[in-house]
Design a protein around this ligand. Structure first.
Ligand code: PHE
Ligand code: NA
Length: 458
C-alpha cells in the first residue's frame, strides 16, 4: 500500500488549511460576486436564498465529497483518477470519461471566465480613475458598452489575465497555486468585510437584509428552484474536474466530510456577504435588483459614482472581484497542466504555457462574440447565436449537470461501496452520504437538467 502510493503523484497541499484555502479559492469566484447577487435579484430574494442553501447542503456538499474521494484514491488527473476508482471496484477503466468530461468542461469554462475576469480587471482602473463620474446611468452604460465593444481592449485585458494565470501556475502547485491563494484569499475576505461595513453604514442595510432573509415564497417560481440548484453546482466548482484534482493533492489524515463542509461554508458566506455588500447600495439608490448580468458592471457603478467614498470603495470592489476570479482561473487550468505533465511529458512551465495558449485561442471566440465583430454571429438550429452564449449555455446548463449526475451515479452505483466508505472516513457520515449520492442527488440533478434543456417544463 505504502509503496503503491509512493509511485503515484506525490504532490500534496502543505496542510489541511492550505487545502481548504485553495479549494475555497477555486469555489469563490465570479459565481459568488457577479452571478449570485443578480440571480437572487431576478428570483425574488429570500425564498430563493433558502432553496439555494438547501441545495448546497444536501446536494452540493455530497457531490463535492464524492469528487474529493475519487481524487484522493486516484492521486492523478481527473480522468485517470476516476479510472483508478473504477478498476479498484472491479469495473471497466472507461469510466474515466466521467473525469475527462469534467476537465473539458473546466477548460471551456476557463476560456470565457478569463474574458469576464478581464472586464473586472479593466474596471479596477476605470473605478480608480473616477470614470464612473457622478454616476449618471447613461454615462455608466456607455462605459460598459465602450469596453465590451472594443475587441482590442478585451484582447489586452484577457491576455493579461491569462498570462498572470500561466505565470503563477507554472511555478507549481505549492510554490505557485498554494502561495498565491494563501495571499489573495485573506485579502479578499478583508475587502469583502470592508465593503459590507461600508454598505451597512452608507446603504439601506435593513432593506437588503429583509430582501435576502425574509422568504416570500409567492415570489419564487419553480424555475427559481431550478436556477438555485444549478448555481449550487457552478458556485462550488463541481463537475469541472477541479475538486477531483484538488482531492488528488489532499494530505493524509484530512477529513473529506469536514473539509468539504468548510469549503461550502466559506463559499456560501462570501456569496451572502457579497449580497449584503451590494444590495444595501442598490436599494439606497433606488436601483433595480433584477438588473441581471449587468448588475455589478452597469448598476453598481451608478451608486459608486454617487456615494461618498465611492471611488475608493468601487476600486476595492473590483480588486476583490479580480482576486476571486483569479483564484478560480488558477484552479480551472490546473487539471490540464497536471495532465500535460503527467501524461505528455511536458515540463511544468511548458505545460502552463501550452495550456494558457490554448485558452487564449479559445478566448478569441468569446471576445469576438462580445465585441460583435462581423464574424461573431452565426446561425444555429435554435436561432442566431454566438460562441460565448453557446459556451456558457453548454457548460452551465448541459455539461455541469450531466457531469454532476455521472459523478453521483458513479460513486453511488458503480464504485465499490466498501472503498467509498473507507474514503468517506467517519461511518456515521458515510451512512448519511451514501443514500443521498445514490438517490437524492441524481434525481434532483436530473430534474434540473431536464428543466434547463426544456425537455420538461415545470
Ligand atoms: N465556482 C466558480 C465561481 O463561483 C465558477 C466555476 C464553475 C469554476 C465551475 C470552475 C468550474 O465563480
Ligand atoms: Na463560487
Amino acid at each position: 500500500m505504502q509503496q503503491a502510493n509512493a509511485k503515484k503523484g506525490s504532490t500534496r497541499w502543505s496542510n489541511r488549511f492550505a487545502y481548504i484555502l485553495a479549494a475555497t479559492g477555486a469555489a469563490v469566484g465570479l459565481g459568488n460576486i457577479w452571478k449570485f447577487p443578480y440571480i437572487m435579484g431576478e428570483n425574488g430574494g429570500g425564498a430563493f436564498v433558502l432553496v439555494y442553501l438547501l441545495c448546497i447542503v444536501f446536494i452540493g456538499v455530497p457531490v463535492m465529497m464524492a469528487e474529493v474521494a475519487i481524487g484522493k484514491q486516484g492521486r492523478h488527473t481527473p480522468g485517470h483518477s476516476v479510472s483508478d476508482v473504477a478498476k479498484a471496484s472491479g469495473k471497466p477503466a472507461w469510466w474515466g470519461f466521467v473525469g475527462w468530461m469534467g476537465v473539458i468542461s473546466g477548460y471551456l469554462i476557463l476560456s470565457f471566465y478569463v474574458v469576464i475576469a478581464g472586464w473586472a480587471l479593466a474596471y479596477i482602473f476605470k473605478a480608480g480613475a473616477g470614470q464612473f463620474g457622478s454616476g449618471d446611468p447613461k454615462a455608466v452604460a456607455n462605459l460598459f458598452a465602450g469596453l465590451t465593444g472594443n475587441g482590442w481592449a478585451l484582447l489586452g485585458w484577457t491576455s493579461t489575465v491569462i498570462l498572470a494565470t500561466v505565470l503563477v501556475i507554472g511555478k507549481g502547485v505549492k510554490a505557485g497555486l498554494e502561495r498565491a491563494v494563501s495571499a489573495l484569499m485573506p485579502l479578499l475576505f478583508v475587502i469583502l468585510l470592508i465593503l459590507a461595513g461600508y454598505a451597512a453604514s452608507e446603504g439601506d442595510f435593513g432593506a437588503a437584509f429583509h430582501f435576502m432573509f425574509d422568504p416570500d415564497f409567492s415570489k419564487l417560481s419553480i424555475n427559481g428552484v431550478v436556477v438555485a440548484l444549478g448555481h449550487s453546482f457552478f458556485t462550488l466548482s463541481l463537475a469541472s474536474g477541479i475538486m477531483i484534482m484538488y482531492g488528488a493533492y489532499l494530505p493524509e489524515g484530512v477529513s473529506i466530510a469536514k473539509s468539504s463542509l468548510w469549503i461550502a461554508f466559506f463559499d456560501t458566506l462570501v456569496a451572502l456577504i457579497a449580497g449584503l455588500a451590494i444590495y444595501p447600495i442598490v436599494f439606497a439608490n433606488g436601483l433595480e435588483p433584477g438588473a441581471g448580468p449587468g448588475l455589478i458592471f452597469q448598476t453598481l457603478p451608478i451608486a459608486f459614482g454617487q456615494m461618498p467614498g465611492g471611488r475608493i470603495v468601487g476600486t476595492l470592489f473590483f480588486i476583490m472581484l479580480v482576486f476571486a476570479a483569479f483564484t478560480s482561473a488558477l484552479a480551472l487550468i490546473e487539471s490540464s497542466v497536471a495532465w500535460l505533465v503527467e501524461k505528455r511529458g511536458f515540463s511544468r512551465w511548458g505545460a502552463a504555457f501550452a495550456a494558457g495558449f490554448g485558452i487564449w485561442l479559445l478566448s478569441l471566440g468569446t471576445i469576438a462574440s462580445v465585441a460583435e465583430l462581423p464574424i461573431s454571429q452565426f446561425a444555429m438550429p435554435w436561432g442566431k447565436s454566438d460562441f460565448f452564449t453557446m459556451l456558457d449555455y453548454f457548460t452551465a446548463n448541459i455539461a455541469l449537470p450531466i457531469g454532476g449526475l455521472l459523478i453521483a451515479l458513479f460513486t453511488g452505483w458503480v464504485a465499490n461501496k466498501g472503498l467509498m466508505a473507507e474514503l468517506i472516513d467517519a461511518k456515521a457520515v458515510f451512512r448519511l452520504w451514501h443514500p443521498v449520492i445514490k438517490f437524492l442527488a441524481p434525481l434532483a440533478i436530473l430534474l434540473v437538467f431536464l428543466q434547463l434543456t426544456g425537455i420538461i417544463q415545470l
